[in-house]
Ligand binder design. Structure first.
Ligand code: MRU
Length: 348
């Protein structure tokens, strides 16, 4: 099976698949300098919580490469300022902040100034490699949750494109499929940015896993008819109590799943868990441009001047989440205990 790797570090250059051009074109773009990496995150040419984290780690390494490291204090000060800029690229996925904080901590712990730049590249490569290993672990922890002969629905894109490789929710589906189980896969189109239609459907095709694309609003009807055995999505930030921010529409799916007696799973690395937030009410939700709703690929579809609201994410209260699959195992309620344990046992 060919691996999809959306981000590649080669000879000091960051290369990435431009996800805004998929599935019609597979274009690899180079980021020259950390500001171009920040721009790739802002414009969603790189997107998905873990992929944003990996890109941010390389952005810190690139920012360091641009600085004079002869004076350690001023180097660290300037690197922190770049870190603040990188963290501001998008607000909801905490993997971005997690990766930058980890990189800055490595820089601060290095006493030999001449080694700082190399150490940062090594750390960013490690974060990328760890992410793939973590996703494969989540796959093996979660694969038995998908029933043989049943069906699964996923939302947005929580596949290889959203990570270093393999994916989170899609990784669990893939691991189950590779285990020999056979089930029906549904994926939502995910309005308005169409991560499901453009990216997840593309990934399933590459993986050779048959999938059926449905409009977001068909999910309730399919659940009511008994056509969905379980739902599995990724996450952008999980609060200490298990409340989970993910792509807009996730909350709707979770409530519908509960109403129809269907298990609702989240697959996410512990770097997505934000123990500093007690509940999901404190998660900042990205507000995106109105034009993503009023236009379709530059063509106006709503009346001129109409007001649109475009939140990029929503928060699913923990009471709707059956289990959270992390690299440390499958966490179940009460999440305040199980997530705390998962984060402590991962201990990066
Ligand atoms: O706005 P996006 O495309 O970055 O949103 C992505 C999602 O909501 C994903 O479900 C989430 O990041 C998990 S990715 C493994």
């Amino acid at each position: 099976m060919s691996e999809i790797r959306p981000i590649e570090w080669a000879n000091g250059t960051l290369k990435f698949i431009d996800q805004t051009r998929l599935p019609l074109e597979e274009v690899i773009v180079e980021a020259h300098g950390y500001l171009e990496a920040v721009d790739a995150i802002k414009t969603m040419r790189v997107r998905g919580a873990p992929a944003i984290g990996v890109t941010a780690a390389y952005a810190v390494a690139m920012a360091a490469a641009e600085l004079d490291s002869s004076n350690r204090d001023s180097f660290l000060q300037q690197l922190s300022a770049a870190g603040v800029e990188i963290k501001a690229a998008r607000p909801t996925a905490v993997n971005l902040m997690w990766a930058v904080n980890r990189m800055i901590a490595v820089a601060s712990s290095e006493t030999d100034t001449s080694r700082i730049k190399d150490r940062l590249v090594t750390e960013a490569v490690l974060i990328e490699q760890e992410d793939e290993a973590i996703n494969r672990l989540m796959g093996s922890h979660g694969k038995d949750l998908i029933p043989d002969g049943g069906s699964v629905l996923t939302h947005c894109n929580a596949g290889a494109l959203a990570t270093a490789a393999f994916g989170t929710a899609v990784g669990v589906i893939r691991a189950s499929w590779e285990d020999g189980k056979r089930f029906k896969v549904f994926n939502t189109e995910t309005r308005p940015f169409l991560q499901g239609a453009r990216l997840t459907a593309w990934e399933f095709k590459k993986l050779g896993i048959p999938s059926t694309l449905v409009v977001d609003s068909a999910a309730g009807m399919l659940m009511h008819r008994g056509e969905i055995g379980c739902v599995i999505t990724g996450a952008d930030r999980i609060a200490a109590n298990g409340d989970t921010a993910n792509k807009i529409g996730t909350y709707t799916l979770a409530v519908l799943a509960k109403e129809n007696g269907i298990p609702f799973y989240i697959a996410a690395p512990t770097s997505t868990v934000d123990l500093s937030l007690a509940t999901g009410d404190q998660i900042e939700i990205e507000q995106r441009s109105q034009s993503e709703v009023t236009e379709f690929r530059g063509i106006q579809v709503a009346p001129e001047g109409v007001e649109a609201l475009n939140p990029g994410f929503d928060v699913t209260p923990a009471k709707y989440v059956t289990a959270i699959i992390t690299e440390a195992g499958v966490a179940r309620p009460p999440y305040t205990e199980s997530l705390n344990l998962a984060v402590r046992s991962a201990n990066y």
